[in-house]
Design a protein. Structure first.
Length: 426
């Protein structure tokens, strides 16, 4: 299709780009780290501050702001109360000492894109077939409260509100308590008729940058198997207790960490694994640890490979427990299935990228995103922009201004096409 015969697109103005850059600077200052990154855990004081800033911005720009019972923030632009909503967004929370871009970019770009479209369509006298909304989902990262993707999972019904509220951090504070303490515990869930969902995100990989591409249209996701394992030993003095008499839960956990890595090494590029968190009790220099919990994960496109890895892990844990005179328990094990994202929406995004003259290609995501939650119930589209050197969850995470502007143009144009003609992706 030639550009001359392509449907019209609306793009951000110079003022919109400036508005986004100012908003991004404000966000980057809340929870800023000395190394230029961000430390803004879900429902923390810093998260409360960025939520306040975001809600104030939405209100100033004509959005109706609603907060649901799990703390999700919805900024609504309603053109026709009888019409469904096309949502966009991501998350404002971060990992510990992480980057300024992951998640945050998608929320702020979404807010500016919706504001720009509302202004432009009003000036043109257009009433789109779909209303628009930007969303900040609660606890996408799963850093303070596990599991990840809590806010979007509750919205889709994949997780109950009660289970979400009951999630506790390392200090025993529940998500419900934490949201109430920062003033973001809504009274009820927000009920919306949803036409679809678009999320734009930094890639968290190096493929787009290495291939000289501006936009990645995500077509499918990897699966993930996430387990919580606990070893139980015996608390004792590290000085006089003979080595042979020790029941060291941390020693058992160390063997498990090595085994988890060894499993991934068997499969080359087909599997990733990690133990990203250890919880040690009593965690004292002169005490043999009596209890250690590990958060284990395997990721792969192949569910059968994950199932086999999980079975081998159970066998390995039994051997480790026998060798170290400890007990163990797999306290939870959750498989997130692989998924293909909505074909029609991806095709529309692909055509919009090329119409804009942006080098666009298909992508796969290994990371979890709120779009994966929404994809289980609604047409969902996930877009990537480049990440410098593929670095993410790190203070050095970086995406340059040009790539962020390209992403904002892409999101604005795609939202316009989709909200004006939802049949184009359904």
């Amino acid at each position: 299709m030639s550009k001359s015969s392509s449907p019209e697109l609306l793009s951000p103005s110079a003022a919109d780009f400036a508005e986004f850059e100012a908003l991004f600077r404000l966000s980057s200052a809340i929870g800023a780290t000395p190394g230029g990154g961000l430390h803004r855990l879900s429902a923390s004081a810093e998260d409360g501050q960025v939520r306040d800033m975001f809600c104030a911005w939405l209100t100033r720009h004509g959005f109706e702001v609603r907060i649901d019972a799990v703390g999700n923030i919805f900024g609504l632009m309603t053109f026709d109360p009888a019409a469904p909503y096309l949502l966009c967004g991501s998350h404002l929370d971060s990992q510990p000492s992480a980057g300024r871009f992951d998640g945050i970019y998608g929320v702020l770009a979404g807010a500016v894109a919706v504001s720009s479209l509302a202004r432009q369509m009003t000036a043109r006298g257009e009433t789109p077939a779909c209303n628009l909304a930007v969303v900040n989902w609660t606890n996408e990262e799963g850093a303070r409260f596990q599991p990840s993707l809590i806010g979007s999972s509750v919205f889709t019904g994949a997780m109950s509100l009660e289970d979400a509220w009951a999630c506790r951090d390392g200090d025993g504070i529940s998500l419900e308590q934490a949201l109430r303490s920062i003033g973001y515990l809504g009274e009820s869930m927000v009920e919306l008729a949803v036409a679809g969902y678009i999320e734009i995100h930094v890639e968290q990989g190096a493929q787009l940058e290495s291939d000289g591409l501006a936009i990645g249209v995500v077509r499918e996701t990897w699966a993930a198997l996430k387990s919580r394992v606990r070893f139980d030993g015996e608390q004792n003095h590290t000085g006089p207790t003979p080595m042979a008499a020790r029941r060291d839960a941390l020693l058992a956990a160390a063997h498990a960490v090595i085994a988890v890595r060894a499993e991934a090494d068997l499969h080359g590029l087909d599997m990733h694994s990690s133990v990203g968190r250890l919880e040690i009790y009593p965690n004292s220099p002169n005490v043999v640890p009596s209890r250690v919990s590990l958060l284990v994960e395997y990721r792969s496109r192949d569910v059968e490979l994950l199932a086999a890895a999980g079975a081998r892990l159970n066998t390995t844990l039994e051997a480790i427990a026998l060798k170290t005179a400890t007990g163990f328990e797999v306290q939870s094990s959750v498989l997130r299935e692989p998924a293909k994202l909505h074909h029609g929406f991806a095709e529309l995004a692909y055509s919009v990228g090329h119409q804009l003259g942006l080098p666009t290609a298909n992508s796969i995501t290994v990371s979890g995103h709120d779009a994966i939650s929404l994809n289980s119930k609604y047409p969902a589209c996930l877009l990537f922009i480049p990440s410098s050197n593929g670095v993410s969850h790190n203070e050095a995470e970086y995406t340059n201004d040009e790539d962020m502007r390209n992403g904002l143009s892409m999101l604005t144009s795609l939202l316009y096409r989709a909200c004006s003609a939802p049949a184009s992706f359904c």
